[in-house]
Design a protein around this ligand. Structure first.
Ligand code: DAK
Length: 257
């Protein structure tokens, strides 16, 4: 792997995935996205990993898809080669992903943070969809996910002007769940990952699916989906262990079965 670094932290099972193309502000070229997809698919299958933290560096989470690689492409090239399908597949990762964001999270970088499940930001984080400034529009979910996260008026303002959203404003509008000093964002995200990793992996996966379903369905259908996943947790040893441990006043030990 040239552009992705993975570190597994044992007890309790959090994997740290770092985007590693610092000179280009982690611009997301094809190779990096393929490596990221392969990494996510491998971690998804690894029983020792129960939560994933995805980060860049203090200066940039990612400044977008690689403009130099895209500039001369034709619409038909993009349609037929379907090189962007990696983005859709990364979204299918079943384990929880926490984005730890500092510096630029722009264009595809911002869209990648929104494909994650939780965003923790440093005070220096800058979110934006500046594609309009280079004559195009968001292509990996920005018009949809940013609108759902911050509301229509703010999303329109950001997408039609290319302005950046500060960490403080991102918190105000509900795009991120916490803002901390730059020295702390990674630690904060890893701590959150550890807390999630202590829960039943079966329940975590079913809960993630159910929350995500709320973006795709009407309320009735979403509620029915949630109900089925709730019932399904009762087929797990973890649910039996969790409730038994509560009654016996001890900490549960989850097997992920
Ligand atoms: N692509 C390629 N290189 C980039 C880059 C990018 N997005 N962003 C930065 N770099 C490179 C710069 O070219 C420069 O390289 P050298 O010239 O030194 O070789 C180096 O990183 C440092 O950047 P700057 O010198 O520009 O640094 P500054 O601090 O002055 O400015 C900046 C930082 C982030 C404000 C600026 O670099 C910038 O505006 N970057 C571009 C931001 C942007 O427009 N992002 C959106 C790109 S379009 C899709 C999936 C994804 C997408 C579309 C479809 N499908 C699934 C269909 C995504 C599209 C996009 O993201």
């Amino acid at each position: 792997m040239d552009f992705i670094k993975v570190t597994e932290q044992k007890e309790p099972f959090v994997a740290l995935v770092e985007l590693n193309r610092p000179k280009e502000l982690n611009a997301l070229n094809r190779q990096l996205m393929l490596e990221l997809l392969e990494t996510m698919q491998t971690l998804d299958k690894n029983d020792n990993v129960r939560a994933i933290v995805l980060t860049g560096n203090d200066q940039a989470f990612a400044a977008g898809a690689d403009i130099k690689q895209m500039a001369d492409q034709s619409a038909i090239d993009m349609l037929m080669v379907d090189q962007f399908s990696t983005w859709d597949q990364i979204r299918k990762t079943k384990k929880p992903i926490i984005a730890a964001v500092s510096g630029f999270a722009l264009g595809g970088g911002c869209e990648l943070t929104m494909m994650c499940d939780i965003i923790i930001a440093s005070e220096t984080a800058k979110f934006g969809q500046p594609e309009i400034k280079i004559g195009t529009i968001p292509g990996a979910g920005g018009t949809q996910r940013l609108t759902k996260a911050v509301g229509k008026s703010k999303a329109m303002e950001l997408i039609l002007t290319g302005r950046f959203l500060s960490a403080e404003d991102a918190l105000f509008y509900g795009l991120v769940s916490k803002v901390v000093p730059v020295e702390m964002y990674l630690h904060e995200a890893l701590q959150l990952g550890k807390e999630i990793a202590q829960q039943s992996p079966v329940a975590v996966q079913l809960a993630k699916e159910a929350v995500n379903r709320s973006f795709e369905t009407q309320l009735d259908e979403g509620l029915a989906f949630e109900r089925k996943n709730f019932y399904l947790t009762f087929a797990s040893a973890d649910q039996k262990e969790g409730m038994k441990a509560f009654i016996e006043k001890r900490k549960p030990t989850y097997s992920g079965k």
